[in-house]
Design a protein around this ligand. Structure first.
Ligand code: HEC
Ligand code: HEC
Length: 478
């Protein structure tokens, strides 16, 4: 074989590879601080030629903010790398909603670093929304550290929700604003008077995709119907979960049921295992043991008690101990009771014995952890009392009663205009958490320890150090 021949055939191969870009990549595990996560697609491959990845309008694609390696959202670490590599020119860094204020100065690199500080530190996008006409409240004060927000446009700093595991979503967007009602639908909240019924997930996602192109990507032209369909089919086909854990090893080993392959066949429908009315289809009562992935690991770290005179058994390995901790964490998540008091959307609307519940009272969708109907809750994440100086603080006044509250994000109230909806957000899916720190709508919990600390204080759970560590160990392997 001549050198010339080899070179030309190599060239031909390279040309072919260039013509056929890495379009249909086989799913690859992606590293995260606690191990690896894997995304599987129901179609078998992640199609890099899908319009989800196509730049539109201002050069952004959906993938600009929904990155596979970050659990299909954004992580501050990778944003900082993108900022450094592009000198702040990556399309994610744009004034419209990437900056702390759309009027921020961005002439120099230092100015850019300041202008995009919220994105770079917390991975949050600025959603601009007005107080809706006819709202039951007025905005009496906007304390915006970036000098922009007003009643015409409040600045709301929110994490991109993962564009994966959407098969388990009963509401779309943190404030549910893309969850359309539909009186003709059968997806209705049980016993709601008047009947509260919702459009299909597909209808909601189709509208969401075209709104995202108009908003985030500032496209002058609407998304074509074919691209809209292709994007929604793409995102609906994805399932992401932690695949392996640095501490506990393979998450489908020794009887455990973690990982994305199981998740892809996990049943879900509107009202599965509803906390209030029970399961809408099987009519079974609510089962608080909604998470049943790691029960097989429960007894791994309990060595048999040695008989008198018998040699002491070998202590369980570090991996067995980590696995047992995960299993204990799952049991706490399912069954550790606490009082769910003063949670708008929950304690005022659901009738539960003694208002006692568990993590699964809200995270009720089996082995997914979303809420299985379109109900939003105010768990207090946006309360004015816990506002940090980098966040805006809004003072709202109830027109009828004169009552005043402060919040960093009125949540669903900016959609409905209703006072009782202030601070309500959707209960997100909990799979592949390790890939997507920081947590909560505003990225206020830097890590999963921060999430558990928040709940321990908010609901006075009284967790011991070991129990907190077990709960964190469980959340990390979802
Ligand atoms: C500039 C960043 C950005 C871009 C670009 C972007 N998104 Fe998002 N996405 C977000 C943010 C932020 C949220 C959450 C906003 C909220 O809830 O208020 C979100 C939410 C979503 C959700 C809701 C998921 C859920 O569980 O409710 C879906 C689906 C989604 N995006 C898909 C898309 C698609 C499809 C595109 C491209 C057409 C896109 N996004 C482009 C930032 C972005
Ligand atoms: C009253 C309902 C309710 C209860 C009880 C509840 N959650 Fe949540 N959970 C939510 C809501 C709503 C959010 C979104 C809050 C926000 O971002 O403002 C959330 C968010 C989370 C997140 C962050 C997910 C993300 O993508 O950022 C984690 C993790 C979590 N909850 C774990 C738990 C654990 C662990 C418990 C039990 C100790 C628990 N939850 C109890 C309703 C609840």
């Amino acid at each position: 074989m001549s050198f010339e021949y080899r070179r030309s055939s190599l060239y031909a191969m390279l040309m072919l590879a260039a013509l056929l870009p890495a379009r249909a990549a086989a799913p690859q595990p992606q590293a995260n601080p606690d191990g690896t996560a894997l995304t599987l697609s129901a179609t078998g491959t992640i199609d890099g030629a899908n319009p989800f990845f196509k730049p539109m309008g201002n050069g952004r694609s959906c993938a600009t903010c929904h990155q596979q390696a970050d659990g299909w959202t954004l992580s501050p670490r990778s944003l900082q790398a993108r900022f450094a590599a592009s000198q702040g020119a990556d399309p994610v860094f744009q004034l419209v909603d990437g900056a702390n204020s759309p009027l921020a100065a961005t002439a120099t690199l230092d100015q850019k670093r300041v202008a995009y500080s919220m994105l770079l530190t917390k991975g949050v996008i600025r959603i601009g929304m007005p107080v809706p006409p006819g709202a039951e409240f007025t905005l009496v004060r906007a304390d915006d550290p970036y000098g922009y927000a007003s009643a015409q446009e409040l600045s709301l700093f929110r994490r991109p929700l993962p564009s994966t595991n959407l098969a388990f979503a009963a509401s779309v967007m943190w404030d549910g604003r893309e969850t359309q009602t539909d009186p003709a639908s059968t997806r209705c909240i049980a016993d709601s008077r008047p009947a509260l019924c919702f459009a299909t997930l597909d209808a909601n996602l189709l509208r969401q995709a075209s709104d995202a192109v108009r908003g985030h990507a500032q496209a002058a032209q609407a998304l074509s119907a074919a691209d809209q369909r292709a994007i929604v089919d793409f995102e609906r086909s994805l399932f992401t979960a932690q695949l392996s854990s640095a501490a506990a090893g393979s998450l489908s080993d020794a009887g455990a049921l973690g990982g994305p392959a199981r998740l892809a066949v996990q049943p879900f429908y509107f009202g599965i295992n509803d906390v209030q009315a029970g399961d809408y289809r099987t009519l079974a009562p609510f089962n608080r043991n909604a998470m049943t992935l790691f029960g097989a690991w429960r007894n791994l770290a309990a060595p048999p008690v040695p008989g008198r005179g018998a040699p002491a058994p070998a202590p369980p390995s570090a991996q067995s101990q980590a696995r047992a901790s995960v299993a204990r964490g799952e049991a706490i998540f399912n069954s550790r009771p606490f009082n769910i008091a003063q949670v708008a959307g929950f304690s005022d609307q659901l009738r539960l014995p003694l208002q006692r519940g568990t993590c699964t009272s809200c995270h009720d969708a089996p082995n997914a952890g979303a809420h299985s109907v379109a109900r939003l809750f105010n768990t207090g994440v946006a309360d004015g009392a816990t506002r940090t100086p980098d966040m805006p603080l809004y003072t709202l006044k109830n027109i009828a009663t004169g009552e005043v509250i402060t919040t960093s994000d009125p949540g669903a109230a900016l959609v409905s205009g209703k006072w009782r909806d202030v601070g309500k957000f959707k209960t997100p899916n909990l799979r592949a958490l390790a890939a997507r720190a920081p947590y909560f709508h505003d990225g206020s919990a830097r890590d999963l320890q921060g999430v558990v600390r928040f709940y321990d204080r908010r609901f006075r759970m009284g967790l011991t150090q070991q129990e907190s560590a077990d709960l964190v160990a469980f959340l990390k392997v979802l």
